[in-house]
Design a protein around this ligand. Structure first.
Ligand code: GLA
Length: 736
C-alpha cells in the first residue's frame, strides 16, 4: 500500500485550510475516526464486537464525538440484527443475507464466519484493525489510510489463515462502504470495444446493481468506478460519494439498497469462478478500494479524484514528491500504416511528425516476428529482418536526430498459435487440457501466473529495453480470457490464476521500472479495456478507445473524466472521413477534440496538405503552451455532450487560477440558434483575465480583459459565425 508521506502532505497542504489528516480512537466508546481534507470517516466496535460503520461524509467538528456503536435491531424474525447492521467487513455467517466481504469454506466443511474486533494499531494517516473469527484462527486486518488533501481513503484487507488446515476463500472484498437511507443517483461507466466510457446515471432502487468484469482483466464493458449522489444528478452541487478499485483482473462492485434502505457498496475480487486456497500460515492481500466524498457535485468529485491520481497514483519517475509532467505530444503510426511498418515508411512519418512539433514518435504493431497480419507473430519478440534489416537502431537514431524520443508497441501477455513461441511452448497458454482453446483475434492468452511465462515476458522486455534506446512502451492486451485453466496446480487450487496472473503482471511492471526507471508506459487493451487505479500505478497514460472519431470522443472523454484525469487520457487526431462513422470533420475540429486530453497525432501525415501541416503545427504550439492547465488543472464540464446535446463545452483552471482554457463544440446548429452564453467557473473573481482565441472568435462586444467575476457571472458570448455542423472553438484566459 502506498503511504502518503508526511513531506508530500506538507507540500500539498500549504494552500488548503483542511489539508490535514488525523486518526483518533476513543477507547471509552470504541470509536475510530479518520479525518482528511473535507472528509470524516467513522466506525466503531459495537457491543457484539462487530466493526460497525457510523459515518462517511463532510468533515465534522474537531470536538464532535460518537457514542458506542449501536447495532440495528432485528426486523421481525426474517432480518436479524447481524444482517441489518452495516459492517466494515462482514463475514458470511450468522444469517447474513446482504453481500459478504468474506466467504470461506473450512477443511471440515464449516462455512460459517463471524469476524469480531481484536486489536488495532494507529498510523499518522489511518489504522490497521485486526479482526478474527469468533472460533477459528482466521484473521483479517483492515487497512485504512487517508490522503490529507483530498480526504480520499485507501482501504484494503489482509486475510490470514492460522488454522492447521487450508481454507478456501470464495469471496474476498477489499472493502465495503455504507450510506444511510436517502434518495440517491448511482453513476457508473459502461461500454464495449470502440464505445467505452458511457456514463449511466440512474436512481438507486432496492436490490442490488452489479458492476463487474469476469474477463480476467478490467474490461471495456464496465469500469471499476462508481459515484453515488444524493438526489438528482448534478454537476456542480450536492453530496457525492465515489470509489475506484485498484485491480486489473476480474473485479466486482455491488451497490445494494437493502431491506431497510441502507446502501452498501462492496468491491474486490470478482467472486465468480473464484476460489483461493490459503494454506496454513499464508496471507492474501486484497487490492485497494479508494473512496472519497465531495460536497460539490459530480464535478467536485472528479476534480478530487483527478488531483489524487496525479499526486498519489501515477508513477512519479522524477522522484517521490515530484508529480508527473504533462505527457509528450506523440505521433503513433497505427492508423497510418497498420502492420505495414518498415524502416523507410516510419522514417518518412517521423520527418513529418517532427515538422509538426511532435515530441515522441511511436511505432505501433507489426515490427516483430513474422507479423504481417494479426494471424501470426505475437510472442516472437525479435525485430523482423525484412522490415528492419539493420534492427531498430537506424529508425531510433533518425527519430532522435529529429528531436523526438522513441516509443514502441508490445503485447507481452499474448501469443498467436502461428508463432515460434507457441510451437515451442503450447502449454504456456491459459487452457483446460483436452478442451478447445478459444481464439480471439487469432490469439491466446499466455498464463502469466506461471513462473516460466513470467520469466520469459520479463526477460524479452528487459532485453528489448536494454538493447534499444526506447523511452516508451505502448503495452497492449487485445483479448479477454477463456478456458482459464492452470494445470500446473492441483485441481482445487487452479482458480488462483485470477489473482496470481495480475500479481505477476504488477511484479513484472515493478521490476521493469526498477531496471529501466525512465521508460514510460501506456496501458492499452484494444482501446480502454485496461484502465483502473491498479494499472495506473505503473502506466503514465492510457489509450481510452480505438475509436478516434472526434465527435464520438467528446462523449467518451466526458465519461472518462468522471473517473480518470485528462493527464492520462491520450487523444489522437486521425484522418477524415473517419473509419468508424464515415463522418468528415475539419482538422480544427479534430485537433480541438483531442486537445482536451493528452494530445497525439495518429493520421497518415504523409498525405497531409501544407495547409493541414500548418494548422496542426500552430495548434500543437498553442497546446504546448497551455497543456499543464488542460491536463492537470481543475476540470469543469460546462455543457455536457451527452444525449445528443447540440452544444458542449469544457473548461480547465490551473492551480493558482492564473490561467484557464475553454473548449466549445457545436454538434449541429438548428434553427440558427447561437451558442449559449457560457458562464465560466473556478476563476478568481477579483483577478483580471485577458481572453485570447486559440481557435474561433468571441462576439465583437466581448471585452479583451475582464475580471473573473465578469467571466463567471456575465459569461462569454460567441460570434454569430460560430454555427454549422461539427464546429469547434477554444480560448485561453490569462491573468493580466
Ligand atoms: C489495439 C490497439 C490499437 C493498435 C492495435 C495494434 O487494437 O488498441 O491502438 O495498437 O491493437 O494491433
Amino acid at each position: 500500500m502506498k503511504a502518503f508521506t508526511a513531506l508530500a502532505a506538507l507540500a500539498l497542504a500549504s494552500s488548503l485550510a483542511f489539508a490535514q489528516s488525523a486518526a483518533t480512537f476513543d477507547p471509552a466508546a470504541k470509536v475510530f475516526r479518520i479525518d482528511g481534507g473535507h472528509v470524516s470517516y467513522v466506525f466503531g466496535v459495537n457491543p457484539r464486537g462487530e466493526l460497525q460503520q457510523l459515518y462517511w461524509g463532510g468533515r465534522l467538528g474537531a470536538t464532535d464525538s460518537f457514542p458506542e456503536a449501536k447495532p440495528m435491531p432485528d426486523w421481525a424474525s426474517f432480518d436479524s440484527s447481524y444482517t441489518n447492521t452495516p459492517q466494515e467487513y462482514v463475514g458470511w455467517g450468522a444469517g447474513l443475507f446482504s453481500e459478504p466481504a468474506l466467504k470461506v469454506t473450512f477443511a471440515d466443511g464449516n462455512r460459517d464466519l463471524v469476524l469480531h474486533y481484536v486489536s488495532h494499531s494507529k498510523t499518522d494517516d489511518g489504522f490497521d484493525v485486526v479482526m478474527k473469527d469468533i472460533r477459528r484462527e482466521v484473521y483479517v486486518t483492515l487497512h485504512y489510510r487517508i490522503e490529507p488533501v483530498s480526504g480520499i481513503l485507501a482501504r484494503s484487507a489482509t486475510i490470514e489463515n492460522r488454522e492447521k488446515q487450508p481454507i478456501t476463500l470464495e469471496q474476498v472484498a477489499a472493502a465495503a462502504w455504507a450510506l444511510p437511507p436517502a434518495h440517491y443517483t448511482l453513476n457508473y461507466l459502461t461500454g464495449r470495444w470502440a464505445g467505452e466510457w458511457t456514463l449511466t446515471q440512474e436512481p438507486l432502487h432496492p436490490g442490488e446493481r452489479v458492476i463487474e468484469s469476469r474477463r480476467g482483466t478490467t474490461g471495456h464493458q464496465a469500469n471499476p468506478w462508481f459515484a453515488i449522489q444524493e438526489g438528482a444528478p448534478d454537476e456542480n452541487h450536492g453530496e457525492v460519494w465515489f470509489g475506484a478499485l485498484a485491480w486489473s483482473g476480474s473485479w466486482r462492485i455491488t451497490v445494494e439498497q437493502d431491506q431497510l434502505d441502507e446502501v452498501r457498496v462492496t468491491g474486490g475480487f470478482n467472486p465468480f469462478d473464484f476460489g483461493y486456497v490459503l494454506h496454513p500460515g499464508e496471507k492474501l492481500e486484497t487490492p485497494i478500494f479508494y473512496g472519497g466524498y465531495s460536497a460539490h457535485g459530480m464535478g467536485g468529485a472528479s476534480r478530487l479524484l483527478h488531483h489524487f491520481e496525479v499526486d498519489h497514483i501515477l508513477p512519479h519517475r522524477a522522484g517521490p514528491n515530484v508529480p508527473p509532467k504533462p505527457r509528450p505530444v506523440i505521433y503513433n503510426s497505427w492508423e497510418a500504416t497498420e502492420m505495414n511498418v518498415n524502416e523507410a515508411g516510419q522514417m518518412a512519418l517521423a520527418e513529418k511528425a517532427a515538422a509538426l512539433g511532435v515530441d515522441r514518435f511511436v511505432m505501433d504493431d507489426g515490427w516483430f516476428g513474422q507479423r504481417k497480419t494479426d494471424h501470426a507473430g505475437l510472442g516472437d519478440w525479435y525485430v523482423n529482418p525484412e522490415k528492419f534489416p539493420h534492427g531498430l537502431k537506424p529508425l531510433i537514431d533518425k527519430v532522435h536526430s529529429l528531436g523526438m524520443d522513441f516509443g514502441l508497441w508490445v503485447e507481452p501477455e499474448m501469443v498467436n498459435p502461428d508463432s515460434d513461441l507457441y510451437r515451442k511452448h503450447p502449454d504456456w497458454v491459459l487452457n483446460f487440457p483436452g478442451r478447445p482453446r478459444s481464439e480471439m483475434r487469432t490469439q491466446l492468452v499466455l498464463n502469466l501466473a506461471r513462473p516460466d511465462v513470467k520469466e520469459y515476458v520479463l526477460g524479452f522486455l528487459d532485453k528489448l529495453l536494454t538493447e534499444n534506446d526506447i523511452a516508451f512502451l505502448k503495452w497492449d492486451y487485445n483479448r479477454n480470457w477463456s478456458e482459464p485453466g492452470w494445470d500446473q496446480l492441483p485441481p482445487n487450487e487452479q482458480k488462483k490464476v485470477y489473482v496470481a496472473f495480475i500479481q505477476n503482471l504488477y511484479s513484472i511492471l515493478d521490476e521493469l521500472h526498477r531496471r529501466h526507471p525512465k521508460v514510460e508506459l501506456e496501458s492499452c487493451s484494444g482501446g480502454g479495456g485496461r484502465v483502473d487505479l491498479g494499472i495506473l500505478k505503473y502506466a503514465d497514460e492510457v489509450w481510452p478507445s480505438d475509436n478516434t472519431d472526434p465527435f464520438d470522443r467528446l462523449t467518451q472523454q466526458d465519461g472518462f473524466t468522471y473517473a480518470y484525469t485528462p493527464q492520462v487520457m491520450m487523444a489522437w487526431v486521425t484522418d477524415s472521413p473517419h473509419w468508424m462513422n464515415l463522418r468528415a470533420t475539419s482538422l480544427e475540429y479534430r485537433m480541438l477534440s483531442s486537445m482536451q486530453g493528452s494530445l497525439g497525432i495518429g493520421a497518415n501525415i504523409t498525405k497531409w496538405t501544407p495547409e493541414d501541416m500548418a494548422t496542426a503545427k500552430r495548434l500543437i504550439a498553442d497546446y504546448h503552451q497551455v497543456q499543464p492547465t488542460i491536463v492537470q488543472g481543475d476540470l469543469y464540464r460546462l455543457i455536457s455532450p451527452r444525449n445528443g446535446s447540440e452544444f458542449s463545452a469544457t473548461q480547465t483552471v490551473n492551480k493558482d487560477r492564473s490561467q484557464s482554457v475553454v473548449f466549445l463544440f457545436i454538434h449541429s446548429t438548428q434553427e440558427g440558434r447561437l451558442f449559449p452564453r457560457l458562464k465560466l467557473q473556478g476563476l478568481d473573481p477579483k483577478t483580471e483575465y485577458t481572453l485570447t482565441p486559440i481557435e474561433g472568435k468571441a462576439a465583437e462586444q466581448t471585452p479583451a480583459t475582464a475580471s473573473g467575476a465578469w467571466w463567471m457571472h456575465h459569461g462569454l458570448d460567441m460570434d454569430a459565425s460560430f454555427r454549422g455542423d461539427f464546429k469547434a472553438a477554444a480560448f485561453r484566459l490569462d491573468k493580466k
